[in-house]
Write a new protein. Structure first.
Lengths: 380, 307
């Protein structure tokens, strides 16, 4: 018995030593939100990422996961720990733009790679871009721009727009206005974390608007949609996918049916990678994937593709391998622009009910091969 | 801005105030009677919402869910009082804050363990859904009228309970002098358990009522808790009447500020600046109100005692 144990340990040690000596080994530190408000997003990113590693059998990638509790100070400490004591090669996982701003510039300045599975603040896309920072999701403005383009194409002439009073909220309304060219019936910044929207809905009713655009992520969007549905106002609503992802839709229920929202991913995009992802995710976790899960999955597959081509110790080769983005994205066509942000199609989806489950289906392409507005300011 | 819109916004302000009253009534009772700063009050709010959502989902009846929210929050209140709070009465406020803050974390992560990280579904019952047209032509959601009615009913019930019943006499006596009523043979420990459970049940009720039109998710109680503290500081700690008046003031100030300030600023500033300045100032407005009231009435509007 003892002999067997020793033998097993020896084998394991040999395997381990063998594995770590192999070229293409990468140690990844994931900092994401797994507790407190907004944990659903981090959990989806993590699950999507792990699913991709599992499906690819990528045992050359070692993953260390940490919970940032949605606090910038915690995220910074975790990044220091992962870089200094865990000595990771690549960081990833951050959901929120303010946390990304606190972590990413310092990490890339220390020569680490950062792959963003969600946050895409404009500051990191334009002047503050870095050659080691890759955004695999979107630049923050992108989905709002597609919503504006959709509103314009649909012929809305008088939109009422609202978003919370914080940087991403301002980016959202700016993004919408960049592509929408009608009049504004009203423009409101609400309090961040606000839960009662009676006053805003009354203003919408009185404004004579022909459509409503809102960006209210998480619980704020759930509250707004439920209250809007009860109010008797029935103007068409457009928003980015963040208020209509798979995790949130079940909580909103019928109130969301028929709402148009913009997203770079949807579970009905028809390609083999997406089919394998949606099926695998359901089998593994027993729920439908969200767009956050798709972003985690793509991030992992990008990393796997780069690790297969280049050794992370050779930073220039590894960076070139990442920038080539030679992996099968669940979104279909995907490539990086000059600032290492995606150039991709952004779709318009409609909320539908499939059996008992609320979900989305694509009804149009909002913006094809869309890049972000800041790429021109980026000089590596 | 038309007078019709203004009237609707006043109604919205009253409704928001009633929501705050449901939350702050329990908090002020516990704070006033027991001298306890209970940061975990928001957790009872969350427990109420989750109990309502899960029972409503299982049985299909929202009203059963509402009853379950009262029961669940009251039971949680009794357990917390017996196990934790009882040990804190003689400690200073810092210890109470630390212990009840720890309770927030325990309840939040416990709820996540049981229900997961995704928001639960809870919708307005068919009997209270849709909008009605009020005299004057305002279309107003039925459910919001129900919240106003529930707030008025709770206010009447509490005034009756505290002012007209034997339990109420004991509660007021306990507020005035804890040792003396214990010496007179009142079981003060049991009284405190009852008051704490009552406060928790009110928070649970608020959670169920408001969770229905908001988002039932982990951590939903804390933003409301902050507003509830503002309300009881304005109204005077321990005063139900103060909590009612304070809630109305905060509800009206916040709602009207949010709508009128951007309009007011647009007369002197370009529209985009007016909007930015107005909405930034509107979110400060209730704290300005609180500071203003504290300057003239340091113990709040109806806080006669020095705590």
């Amino acid at each position: 018995m003892k002999k067997v144990g020793i033998l097993t340990a020896a084998c394991a040690a040999a395997l381990f030593a063998g594995a770590s000596a192999q070229a293409g080994d990468v140690k990844v530190g994931m900092i994401t939100t797994l507790s407190g408000g907004g944990a659903g997003l981090g959990i989806d990113v993590r699950d999507g990422f792990e699913l991709a590693l599992k499906q690819a059998g990528a045992d050359n990638i070692e993953l260390v996961i940490e919970d940032d509790q949605r606090k910038p100070d915690v995220a910074v400490q975790l990044a220091d720990k992962l870089i200094q004591s865990e000595q990771v090669d690549v960081l990833t996982g951050i959901i929120w733009s303010n946390l990304a701003m606190a972590v990413v510039p310092a990490a890339t300045a220390q020569g680490k790679f950062y792959l963003s599975p969600n946050a895409g603040p404009s500051a990191l896309a334009g002047k503050g871009c870095h050659e080691n920072y890759f955004n695999v999701a979107w630049q923050n403005d992108n989905l709002h721009e597609a919503a504006g383009a959709y509103a314009k194409d649909t012929g809305y002439k008088n939109s009422f727009i609202l978003a919370p009073n914080y940087p991403a909220g301002k980016d959202a309304l700016t993004g919408y206005k960049r592509f929408y060219d009608g009049d504004l019936a009203g423009e409101i910044y609400t309090k961040l974390g606000q839960t009662d929207y009676a006053a805003e809905i009354a203003q919408i009713r009185a404004s004579g608007a022909d459509s409503v655009f809102f960006f209210l992520p998480g619980g704020m969007g759930i509250a707004f949609l439920k209250q809007y549905a009860q109010s008797g106002v029935d103007l068409p609503v457009v928003g980015p996918a963040f208020s209509f992802d798979q995790g949130i839709l079940q909580a909103v229920g019928e109130a969301a049916l028929g709402v148009k929202n913009t997203s770079q991913w949807s579970k009905d995009i028809d390609n083999p990678a997406n089919a394998a992802f949606v099926e695998g995710f359901q089998a593994e976790y027993g729920r439908l994937p969200s767009l956050y899960a798709s972003q985690g999955y793509d991030t992992a597959n990008l990393l796997i593709s780069a690790a297969a081509k280049a050794d992370v110790a050779d930073a220039d080769a590894f960076r070139a391998a990442l920038a080539a983005a030679e992996f099968d994205s669940v979104r279909g066509a995907f490539k990086f622009g000059p600032n290492h942000h995606p150039i991709q199609d952004i779709y318009v989806r409609e909320v539908i009910k499939e059996g008992d489950v609320y979900t989305n289906k694509i009804i149009a392409t909002g913006l094809a091969d869309h890049a972000d507005a800041y790429a021109g300011d980026c000089k590596f | 801005m038309t007078s019709l819109l203004l009237a609707e916004q006043v109604l919205n302000g009253l409704q928001f105030g009633m929501m705050l009253f449901l939350m702050s009534a329990g908090l002020t009772l516990v704070f006033g009677v027991m001298g306890l700063i209970n940061l975990a009050h928001g957790s009872f709010y969350m427990i109420g919402a989750f109990a309502c959502a899960s029972v409503a989902m299982a049985t299909g009846s929202w009203f059963l869910g509402l009853a379950a929210s009262l029961a669940a929050a009251a039971v949680a209140g009794v357990l917390v009082e017996l196990l934790v709070i009882r040990r804190l009465y003689d400690r200073d406020h810092l210890d109470q804050v630390l212990a009840t803050f720890a309770l927030i974390l325990v309840f939040s992560e416990g709820t996540r363990y049981l229900f997961g990280s995704f928001p639960l579904f809870l919708d307005v019952p068919a009997a209270l859904s849709g909008a009605v047209t009020l005299p004057g032509g305002i279309a107003y959601p039925v459910y919001r009228l129900a919240i106003i009615a529930a707030g008025i009913a709770v206010a009447i019930g509490l005034f009756w309970l505290v002012g007209r019943t034997r339990l109420g006499i004991r509660i007021r006596a306990g507020e005035a002098d804890r040792e003396m009523i214990a010496a007179l043979g009142v079981d003060i420990d049991r009284l405190y358990t009852i008051v704490f459970a009552l406060g928790a049940a009110l928070a649970g009720f608020a959670g169920a009522m408001l969770g229905t039109i908001q988002s039932v998710q982990v951590g939903m109680g804390e933003p409301v808790l902050i507003l509830a503290f503002v309300v009881i500081v304005i109204g005077g700690i321990g005063s139900i009447k103060g909590a009612l008046i304070g809630s109305m003031l905060v509800g009206l100030t916040d709602t009207l500020g949010r709508t009128l300030l951007p309009v007011a600023f647009s007369t002197i500033l370009p529209p985009s600046d007016a909007n930015a300045v107005g909405s930034a100032l509107a979110s400060l407005l209730i704290y300005v109100l609180m500071a203003g009231i504290l300057v003239f009435r340091p113990s709040g509007l109806y806080g006669g005692r020095s705590a």
